[in-house]
Design a protein around this ligand. Sequence first.
Ligand SMILES: *Cc1c(COP(=O)(O)O)cnc(C)c1O
Length: 376
Amino acid sequence: MSERVPFRDLRRDWAEIGTEIRTAAERVLASGRYVLEEEVDAFERAFAAACGARHCVGVGNGTDALSLTLRAWGIGPGDEVLVPALTAMATWMAVAGVGARPVPVDVDERTLGMEPQSLEDAVSPSARAVIPVHLYGAPVDMEALGAVARSHGLRVLEDAAHAHGARLNGRPVGTLGDAAAFSFYPTKNLGAVGDGGAIVTDDEALADRLRILRHYGSQERDRPALVGVNSRLDAVQAAVLRCKLAHLDDWNERRRATAHRYLDALSDVPGLTTPSWPHGADPVWHLFVVRSASRDGLADNLRRGGIESAVHYPLSAVDTVPFADWGARGAAPRARRAADSVLSLPCHPHLTTTDEQRVIDCVREAVPAPDHSGIA
Ligand SMILES: *Cc1c(COP(=O)(O)O)cnc(C)c1O
């Protein structure tokens, strides 16, 4: 029996760059300066530069990056925020967390990103902002979505938690809307060794307000200007992230190579739909997601072959307990169909070619052979 192919094993990341990470973390531990200060500033500058944005504000996690931006825009009870019906629950929770109402927008049948006409259809007079998600690492069609947003005066907050380093028509995500929220959860393309998040924006007033909000509403000690929270990017995480940022392009390139090997080997498998992305998008393959009507059977077959897979996401948010009573049921048929058929295959910078070949062979074996009998 050959070895298991784990969906993601962060020990392989450690095996490659553990020495660098240890040095970065020790520098902070020895410095006695653990909250905000220079390590966080240095990472914020580096990440803003990597995104081609003017400002970066580090916060405690990706969910806070989303919700603090909404708060900074004064969005709260009585307001609506448009969100994709297929995304991580965090996108929805961030909206609900500020007291606003998340309104589902159905996704594109092919790319599974937020669909522009569905956005148009979902806008109401209470709508204040839209959160397009660069799902699975593929930039959404921001040109079309941005046009709809502009025509209704909506602010655009990119949820870039899957898409560190992805580009659309040569422009990095993070600069395609009014602001962008990133998560540095350990398994993301740029991952910390714990929680972390950041907002990237060109809007200086927004960045200033976020710096105040994340730190008890205060710029000056004990003299708060706003009601804020405590959601700071940890200095140890900032040091680790700065170290890992130097590897981001290389690691994304390795994800891309894996994805293209899968695409080459799996695109002709009958009954299996391989990923699509909008024209001009350069995805970073946070996840490689196929679709199959017999998704659960395929996952079982992979498991028997020692290969771990995952489902992103098994339910549209409109079918989850907290949002079931929000009048959203029945909406978003494409997102709901996708939730029943998506399967994420292992795709990360530390897959070996042997791992990849095993995934490919196993998927090809698991999907029923085409019927050439000529009988319909
Ligand atoms: C991970 C994730 C988040 C939230 O990030 P946390 O750091 O876990 O709070 C938000 N949106 C999407 C799409 C995510 O995948």
